[in-house]
Design a binder for this molecule. Structure first.
Ligand SMILES: [Zn+2]
Length: 134
């Protein structure tokens, strides 16, 4: 195995470990929130620092659980308001009640699957009248 492959493998391992740490930190943030919400915010800061350094994405699961502006840990019904909207595209609206920041998170994937399930197969022959013979 060449040096390059080893390096690549190391990078992948680093990212995996970072993703795990991010998950642990958010889990902790959720756990301590009822007692010490400031500590939750601290965990979010650390998780975001890990995320930035490793250049990974915040897992889908936690993406709507922190404010992108003030970095507070968000709990729907406590310090965040969550609404579903289908127009102009399906998305979740999360409002941070601490700083008022509004985030729109699309959830296209789930919706697209459903749409494909329900969409009827349309025949091509429905087009205009003077199409000639085709
Ligand atoms: Zn905020």
């Amino acid at each position: 195995m060449g040096k390059r492959e080893i390096r690549k493998r190391e990078q992948r391992e680093k990212k995996r470990v970072a993703a795990e740490r991010v998950d642990v930190l958010f889990t902790l943030a959720e756990r301590v929130f009822p007692y010490e919400p400031e500590l939750s915010d601290r965990y979010v800061e650390i998780a975001l620092a890990v995320q930035r350094k490793a250049k990974i994405r915040i897992p889908r699961k936690w993406r709507r659980r922190y404010c992108r502006r003030c970095h507070s840990f968000l709990v729907p019904g406590v310090n965040a308001r969550v609404r579903l909207r289908s127009r102009p595209y399906p998305h979740v609206v999360v409002k941070c009640l601490k700083c008022g920041h509004i985030m729109r998170l699309p959830y296209l994937r789930e919706k697209k699957e459903r749409r494909n399930l329900w969409r009827p197969r349309r025949a091509r022959s429905e087009s205009g009248p003077s199409e000639g013979s085709s």
